[in-house]
Every structure is written in structure tokens, then in C-alpha cells.
Design a protein around this ligand. Structure first.
Ligand code: GLN
Length: 493
């Protein structure tokens, strides 16, 4: 294995500043890694020339003593982010051929901090899915394998991002999380993923799925790397009216602060039928780690948790059906001609959207229709408020909550895709945070008996990402998760 790929982001920054390595060398190593692991299908476009040109600029800035926070670090970008002059498709056929004339605020922030863009990463179509299996480019694959060597999903929707960071074909990656799409794939691939508080990162230039839930966040190998990337991603943005002016905390400093004196809640409702017993064991282990590190563990109740998933699968499709109305064959990407204008809309949308996206549009249109709005959409919004109230009450007594990230480890490609309801159950532990707008982080905690990663989730108060990093830092240290996947660039360590 190339030593360059073994460096985490913090270590790579140090090596770059000391001129022990160059950004061009580092970028070249990652481009090679991406090619070597192409079978994982986690990239949908590798922008090698662009990456090397950006890396050369980084080397100049380093030489001039003007390095940014992410100077010279190779980053993969979920294909949901618009990147100027570079195809951005949300992994949908309907957007194939769309080349944005603008850059999303989040990615612009990364490049302003010196980050180097490697290419665009695979994801579920319009970020709808839990296994990266609805992508128009085919499924991305998890670099981890169980004993039977069957291909596993990397999770979704940011499956390409998690797969690439775990396989070391991206040092850092962006993701988006509407109902768990950063935390669930992070858990499935044994990497760290943060969904910031709603409003912390600008949504401008990110293809919209469900606007009141969508939030961008970082995928990294370590908690410290995650805090570093987050410092560069977040910003107030006048172009997103929901973007916050609340100042960003010192997230990098928080990572090593420990949890002494912190009160950590354990919600009793985060147990469900059919949940893997190894997940419960890890959760208990996580509680013990935090107790040993000086935190007080407190049982709490979030009584409306069981309504989160049904409420989410009304609200998210409702917003999606509205957001996706813009893909009409006129303004973006694909067009299928027909005799009439309505015919052209219908033919384009029928050919351009995949099955899962069509299902969401139909559900969303139904729950928003005149006769059903009160019974479904309005009711779901009221449930959403109750869920938020549950969290507010819990945060009166605790500083953060510890839960499992997912009810199971990664499952085989193809197993759940034909059964949407089973697939939706993946999100049972992640969806409540989106409904309430709260920050959440997934950290690798251990492996199953089949050697597949499992994650722990920490949830916090709005705009208190620092507490998440404190807790995550302790969990990471206690877990000592050093295993690497079978299908990593350069082979398993
Ligand atoms: N799996 C969830 C869904 O399909 C969440 C997706 C996401 O967070 N983008 O809606």
C-alpha cells in the first residue's frame, strides 16, 4: 500500500506543510487508488486533469506559506452537488448531460480552503434510497465483505462517498443527509459521517430532495478529520434563506475535550423488533465507554419515536414531488419529444426518472392532493412537532444522546431493493434527527461476528456539533477501530 494513502487528513496536512509530500503526489496516489478500485463503482466521474491542476495550485500556495484549512487534500464530491463546468446528475438519467454553470456553496467553500476535487461520487437517484441501488449508474459497492464474499451495499444515499473513503480512493468526501444518508452509509462502511444541524451548511447548489430535511456533511476516516472538514464546509450563505448566522464552534478543539461531566441520554425507544443483537451489544459497550470516560449515562424517553418513520415517508416524498416538478424536459438535461407539450413532459419524466423516484413522486403528490392533505401531510407535520418536543424535553436533562446508527450491518446488493418498506426500516434511528433538525454523527464502534462494521450514533442540541465531536472522539479512542476492508486500494493492511 502506498504510504500516502495511509495518512489521514490531519496527518496529510502536516506532511504537506513540512513539504514531506506534495499535493500533486497525494492527488496522483488517490487518482490511482480510484482507478484500482473502479470495480466498487463508487465514482461516476473521475476528473483527473482538473484534480492535478488544482493540486499544482495547492503546492504553489503551500510554497508561498498561504495554505488553507484543507490545502492539498483530495476530496470526492457526491453527484448531488453542482460543480461548475462538471457534469452533475444526482445519478439520474433525467439530468444526464446537465453541466451546471455554477458551484454549490459547500463545494466552493472546500475549494476556497484549498481542497482538491477528485471527481463525482455515486449516490442513490436524487438521494432517494438506503443502499445506493437506485442510481442510474448502477449500485456502488461496499469495500467490506463478509465471509461469504458477497457484494454488500455501502448504504445510501451517499453510498459512493462512504465506499470511497473506506476504500481509500478519497481522503475526504461530501455527502447529504435527508433521513440518514450520511450516518447510515458511514456506519455500513466503517467511517465517520456527520449530519450537521439543519441550516449549518448552505443548501445552495445542492440538488434538492426534501428541502426542510436536506443537509450536507462530511465523510472522513477519523473524528478529527471530520471536524477539520466541517470547519471548511459550513458557512452562512445569503443564497440559502435557511442558512444560520449562529457562529460555528471550535470543532477541531472539541475532538480531544473528553466527556467528563457530560450527561448522555440513552433513549429507551431506540430498540426495535428484528434488530441485530450485536447492535444492542455495541450500544451497551458504547455506554460503558462513555461512563468510563467520566460521563453520566441517563435513561431518557422519546415517546414519539415510532411515528418518525411514517411521518418522514410522508413529508419527504411530499417535498420531493414538489422539488422534482422542475424536471420537465425544458430546463435541464434529458428531453423525450412528443406531439404535445404535456406529452413531452410525460414522456421525459417517464423515461428520465427511475422506479423509486417515480414512487416518491406519486406518494408525494397523493399526500398533498386536496382530499388527503389534512389526513396525511398536515398530520405528519404535527407528528414532526411532537418529535421535536420530545428531543427538546430530553435536552433539558442531557447534553447528547447515544443510539445505534443502524439496526443491522450492511446487507447484500439486491436483497432489499424490491421491498421498499424493509428498505425504509434502515432509517429508523436516523430519521428523527432530520425531522427535528438536530445534528447527528455516526462513528465506527466495532464489527459483527462476520467482520462487518457497526456504527454508534450521537445526537445533540441544535448548533452544538462541538458536543458531538467530544463524544465521538471518546468513542473512537475507546473503540480503537483499526480494521480495514478487504477491497481497499492497495489491499487490506
Ligand atoms: N433512505 C432515506 C430515503 O430514502 C434517506 C435518504 C437521504 O437521507 N437522502 O429517503
Amino acid at each position: 500500500m502506498s504510504d500516502l494513502l495511509g495518512l489521514n487528513a490531519v496527518a496529510a496536512r502536516e506532511a504537506l506543510d513540512k513539504k514531506a509530500i506534495s499535493a500533486v503526489e497525494l492527488t496522483t496516489a488517490y487518482l490511482g487508488a480510484a482507478e484500482a478500485t473502479a470495480g466498487l463503482n463508487n465514482y461516476v466521474a473521475l476528473t483527473a486533469d482538473h484534480a492535478l491542476a488544482m493540486a499544482a495550485e495547492s503546492d504553489k500556495r503551500i510554497a508561498a506559506g498561504a495554505a488553507g484549512l484543507l490545502e492539498g487534500l483530495p476530496i470526492g464530491v457526491k453527484d448531488l452537488f453542482c460543480t461548475k463546468g462538471i457534469s452533475s446528475t444526482a445519478c439520474s438519467n433525467i439530468l444526464k448531460g446537465f453541466v451546471p454553470p455554477y458551484e454549490s456553496t459547500v463545494t466552493a467553500n472546500l475549494w476556497a480552503a484549498g481542497g482538491v476535487m477528485l471527481g463525482k461520487l455515486n449516490c442513490d437517484e436524487f438521494a432517494m434510497g438506503s443502499g445506493n441501488e437506485t442510481s442510474a449508474y448502477g449500485p456502488a459497492v461496499n469495500p467490506w465483505q463478509g465471509k461469504d464474499k458477497v457484494d454488500l451495499v455501502p448504504g445510501g444515499s451517499s453510498g459512493g462517498s462512504a465506499s470511497a473513503v473506506a476504500a481509500r480512493s478519497a481522503l475526504l468526501a461530501t455527502g447529504t443527509d435527508t433521513g440518514g444518508s450520511i450516518r447510515q452509509p458511514a456506519a455500513f462502511c466503517g467511517v465517520v459521517g456527520l449530519k450537521p444541524t439543519y441550516g449549518r451548511c448552505s443548501r445552495w447548489g445542492i440538488v434538492a430532495f426534501a428541502s426542510s430535511l436536506d443537509q450536507a456533511g462530511p465523510f472522513t476516516r477519523t473524528v478529527a478529520d471530520n471536524a477539520l472538514m466541517m470547519m471548511a464546509m459550513a458557512s452562512h450563505d445569503a443564497k440559502d434563506s435557511t442558512s444560520t448566522q449562529t457562529p460555528l464552534q471550535d470543532l477541531i478543539g472539541a475532538v480531544g475535550d473528553g466527556v467528563k461531566g457530560m450527561k448522555i441520554g440513552v433513549p429507551k425507544e431506540y430498540v426495535m423488533d428484528g434488530m441485530d443483537s450485536e447492535v444492542v451489544t455495541l450500544w451497551e459497550q458504547g455506554q460503558a465507554w462513555l461512563r468510563d470516560a467520566g460521563a453520566e449515562l441517563i435513561d431518557v424517553s422519546l415517546p414519539h419515536t415510532k411515528y418518525a418513520l411514517p411521518a418522514y415517508y410522508i413529508i419527504a416524498p411530499a417535498e420531493a414531488s414538489s422539488n422534482l416538478a422542475r424536471y420537465d424536459g425544458v430546463r435541464y438535461g434529458m428531453r423525450v419529444d412528443a406531439e404535445t407539450l404535456d406529452g413531452m413532459y410525460e414522456a421525459t419524466r417517464a423515461a428520465g426518472f427511475g422506479e423509486e423516484v417515480q414512487r416518491r413522486i406519486m406518494i408525494g403528490t397523493y399526500v398533498l392532493s386536496a382530499g388527503y392533505y389534512d389526513a396525511y401531510y398536515l398530520k405528519a407535520q404535527k407528528v414532526r412537532r411532537l418529535i421535536k418536543d420530545d428531543f427538546d424535553a430530553a435536552f433539558q436533562t442531557v447534553d447528547a444522546l447515544l443510539t445505534p446508527a443502524t439496526p443491522s450491518a450492511a446487507f447484500p446488493v439486491g436483497r432489499k431493493i424490491d421491498d421498499p418498506v424493509t428498505n425504509f426500516l434502515n432509517d429508523v434511528f436516523t430519521v428523527p434527527a432530520n425531522l427535528a433538525g438536530l445534528p447527528g454523527i455516526a462513528v465506527p464502534g466495532g464489527v459483527t461476528s462476520d467482520c462487518l462494521p457497526l456504527g454508534l450514533q450521537v445526537l445533540g442540541r441544535p448548533f452544538d456539533e462541538a458536543s458531538l465531536y467530544r463524544v465521538a472522539g471518546v468513542l473512537e479512542q475507546a473503540a480503537g477501530f483499526t480494521m480495514t476492508p478487504a477491497r481497499m486500494a492497495g489491499g487490506a493492511a
